[in-house]
Design a protein around this ligand. Sequence first.
Ligand code: AMP
Length: 355
Amino acid sequence: MTNINIKKILSTYDKNNITIATVCSHSSLQIFNGARREGFKTLGISVGEIKKFYDAFPLGKPNEFFIVEKYKDIIKYSDELKEKNVIIIPHGSFVEYLGARNFLKLDLPTFGNRNVLLWESDRNKERKWLESAGLTMPQEIKDPRQIDKPVIVKYHGAKGGKGFFIAKTYEEFSKRVEKDKLYSIQEFVMGTRYYLHYFYSPIQSNAYKLSKGSLQLLSMDRRDETTIDEVQRLGSIAELEELGIHPTFVVTGNIPIVMRESLLPKVFRMGEAVVEKSLELFGGVIGSFCLETVVTEELEFKVFEISARIVAGTNPYVSGSPYSELIQPGLSTGRRIAQEIKYATKHDVLDKILT
Ligand code: AMP
């Protein structure tokens, strides 16, 4: 749990002069652009050096850079950052490189509910949360000897799909598994992948209404993963595996996508259930979150993961998505986050969306 006293820190802040900050990576161009469009100052925390590529994107460049030697040093500079009235927008790289434990200790107002980390980073707790919300997850195989259909083996804490592999039998599993690492084995779900980008506001009720606040669907994407997504250019997976060439699941980019409209009610029911359960378990998954799903040929969703913050899959939509356009033209997730902070500042409820 995070024990940061947000109200106390906020009482020292100049609310008319808030700076939106994030680490220069992942979805930072979109976050800076969205903050800028809502009238905020922006600060880019950059590790090692100023990243030159921002010069090529003036509307996604932060007003100011803050250089640290290594990610873990961000903790050391929290007083300096507080003087700049900084609100941190965490993203996947931010949390991963800083480390979950350090992130929980970071003595700065952070968008979203940091307590979600305890439920999200432990695969057993994540499953408990999603299944108790009524979502269907891929079956888990506890004993590798019981592998009797294609499975995907995932190493704990491995981000971006690194090291994951497919096995169809116990023998294949044994040959490939790295025994010194913690892993879990899931049924490999056949279907098409959709990564759904939601936004939950506990303080505004002008969207899909929940018991407290409301829910939006801002966009969706499909991840582009090397080599699995293009391996068929060389031959079938079975053929290649015989040659000792195994597909990998390393994320290299994101592809925009829309879903058949008749599935949208299910998408909202899933989002609703996840939020309602999160309110019960740990005070709510606040702001952006993403359900990573496979839709089967029976048109059922199987959810294999949740990400409880802005995901890089929102990056194709800096100027809006086919869904967010129906909320407000030009609305990106980065901009929606800035709007939430603006609304909360105006109504003096910042402590309801920051931890
Ligand atoms: P994850 O780290 O759980 O997001 O998984 C990395 C990638 O592996 C995903 O983006 C999917 O392409 C694939 N994947 C994960 N779990 C499954 C599953 N149960 N069935 C099929 N593909 C999966």
